[in-house]
Design a protein around this ligand. Structure first.
Ligand code: ADP
Ligand code: MG
Length: 593
């Protein structure tokens, strides 16, 4: 068939729909483009409202410069922009391609109403599925109102890729937060039937961002983060990174900006991962707000129509700057990061409760540099002398025929040494317990609910609104897993019960991680996979019980439980939960064979 049709110019609507395929991936992309236009127009307040996950309605109202009536047809025309001054290598506005409005107009019903400061009257234009109306007079305040209805009605195939209103609404909130962090002096309001209102009053300016960051990430971030400020060969990096103990289950809370433009960049994400590699396990992620400032000529933002990817002229320089600056910041704060971790470890070994901001992950996280000698000494004097016999008779009454044998001792407060008929077994109590909790939670999903333990006082946890939404929506599921929580005001949940088998656990960390998991897997995964992930996240928190001295009967009970639990040979991270040394191997080691 190819070659039969003559070559011809595509009609404009089709060209715009092709462009829309890249610029307007989902409702959040429309919000991003419209909010960027408002910012380029110098707006100081931007009101965004959405319904139906943005597929039904997106409305963005700004108090910016406005568009003159005679320019309205140009604004919705292809490749029409007021921004590019003639040098594609010197881009200082968020928009520059002149593509967003015509693209949106080709796939949705778009209306723009606007009035400039010096005009007495406003005007309005609309584009529906690529068909542009005439310009009509309209009453309007100074500024611009853009309304987008029935997104993708003209390209129904695209609709099939949408994840459902909740996920799309969450993606919209994420986009707004990313942009809002870059423009602290601007007031943002996100409302509509998709959510209860997110209100971000002006907070600071380009040189004073912490208040805006706190509005978005919560005030806890301030207390658990370190300031980064470094420069290398004309490239400046500023921002904040969380201390390792305040890590998250996903990289969702990593915010990056290049010359004030929010970006999702692989190079930056990779540099962050690399910088934290020594202090965070692979499955944990730092919370970061990083701002890169460099000569606009040294970075290309015209890599993709959505303008979220960037290309640096000197990628190695940027990567080196980020990795170096983060590592240096962490090292400089070594005392703080490592003392809280080691202190909590000591406490855990003594069977006390870990302080709130430290997650149980500290127990299996390799400590970074700066583990002060003094503390090391204290640590050594404490638990390491405790290798002790599993005294009494319980050890002997357990049959050594059992696959994991009879417990003989617990060493270093975490390793159970057991004896079978022909081998020596060493169990990593932490890893094993985590696995058992995970399996029990999964059973809890299928069979009977997991036992919970009532808190004396409900624990109120402040969270971003979307997170509180998601948790509240999943409350029945979480209840089956033994976690009883309910909505507490617009941006908090109250936890009343925790799974009994988790023991004393860091509830704040657990709930934050669950919110991350739910955000990441809102609709993409199957229900089953999602439940399993939630269970895994909870199990991870249950492992706080490692480092606890166990009585001989407790050790044996753990061994028997492991034998009875399928899949207990590896922990949730795929590491073994026990190792077995055959007697013959031991004899070989001693040269007896
Ligand atoms: P770009 O932002 O790349 O220039 P758009 O299609 O997004 O392309 O917008 C086209 C033009 O319409 C802009 O260059 C600007 O002049 C005008 N415009 C769009 N939105 C607004 C707004 N909210 N306020 C003022 N002018 C706007
Ligand atoms: Mg634009």
């Amino acid at each position: 068939m190819v070659g039969i049709m003559p070559i011809r110019q595509l009609p404009d609507t089709m060209i715009n729909q092709i462009a829309a395929g890249e610029v307007v991936e989902r409702p959040a992309s429309v919000v991003k483009e419209l909010v960027e236009n408002a910012l380029d127009a110098g707006a100081s307040r931007i009101e965004i409202a959405t319904a139906g996950g943005g597929l039904g309605l997106i409305r963005v109202i700004d108090d910016g410069a406005g568009i003159a009536p005679e320019e309205l047809p140009l604004a919705v025309g292809r490749h029409c922009t007021s921004k590019l001054g003639g040098d594609i290598h010197d881009i200082r506005t968020l928009g520059f391609r002149g593509e967003a409005l015509p693209s949106i107009g080709s796939v949705a019903r778009l209306t723009i109403r606007s009035r400039t400061a010096d005009a007495d009257n406003g005007a309005e234009i609309s584009v529906e599925g690529g068909v542009t109306s005439t310009v009509r007079p309209a009453a309007a305040n100074r500024g611009t109102t853009v309304e987008v209805r029935d997104l993708f009605f003209a390209t129904p195939a695209r609709l099939k890729f949408m994840k459902g209103p909740r996920a799309e609404a969450a993606a919209i909130a994420d986009v707004v937060k990313r942009i809002a962090m870059a423009f602290p002096q601007v007031r943002f309001t996100l409302s509509g039937s998709d959510r209860s209102t997110l209100e971000l009053p002006p907070a600071g300016d380009q040189n004073d961002r912490p208040a805006r960051i706190a509005q978005i990430l919560g005030s806890e971030f301030g207390e658990n983060s370190l300031a980064v400020d470094a420069e290398r060969e004309g490239v400046r990096l500023t921002g904040h990174i969380s201390i390792p103990s305040w890590s998250r289950a996903t990289a969702q809370q990593q915010y990056a900006f290049v010359n004030g433009r929010p970006v999702r960049d692989k190079l930056i994400a990779g540099a962050i991962r690399g910088a934290f590699a020594d202090v965070l396990p692979r499955d944990r992620h730092a919370v970061t707000t990083l701002f890169l400032w460099l000569d606009p000529a040294d970075v290309d933002v015209n890599v993709h129509p959505a303008k979220a990817d960037v290309r640096f002229r000197d990628a190695g320089l940027v990567r080196g700057l980020i990795v170096g600056a983060i590592r240096q910041t962490l090292a400089g704060a070594g005392i703080r990061a490592s003392t809280s971790a080691s202190a909590s470890m000591l406490e855990a070994f003594r069977g006390e409760r870990a302080p709130a901001p430290v997650t149980p992950h500290d127990f299996h996280r390799p400590l970074g540099s700066g583990f002060a000698e003094q503390e090391q000494a204290l640590f050594d004097a404490g638990p390491t002398v405790s290798a002790r016999q599993a005294e009494g008779d319980s050890g002997d009454t357990v049959s050594a025929d059992a696959p994991l044998g009879a417990a003989r001792a617990q060493i270093h407060e975490n390793y159970i040494v057991a004896q079978t008929a022909d081998s020596l077994v060493i169990v990593d109590q932490h890893a094993a317990h985590e696995r058992l909790v995970y399996e029990a939670l999964k059973r809890g999903l299928d069979e009977r609910p997991v036992a919970s333990q009532m808190l004396l006082l409900p624990e109120v946890i402040d969270l971003p609104e979307e997170d509180a939404d998601r948790l509240a929506a999943q409350a029945p599921l979480l209840a089956r897993l033994g976690l009883g929580l309910e909505r507490f005001g617009p941006s908090a949940v109250a936890v009343r019960e925790t799974p009994a088998m988790l023991g004393e656990t860091d509830i704040h960390g657990l709930v934050r991680d669950l919110a991350d998991e739910l955000a990441e897997n809102d609709t993409a995964d199957t229900l089953r996979a999602r439940l399993n992930k939630v269970a895994a996240t909870m199990a991870c928190h249950g492992s706080v019980r490692s480092g606890r001295r166990l009585r001989p009967d407790e050790m044996n009970a753990l061994l028997r439980e492991m034998e009875a639990t399928p899949g207990s040979g590896t922990c949730n991270h795929g590491r073994p939960t026990y190792i077995e040394l055959k007697l013959t191997d031991i004899e070989r080691l001693f040269g007896r064979r």
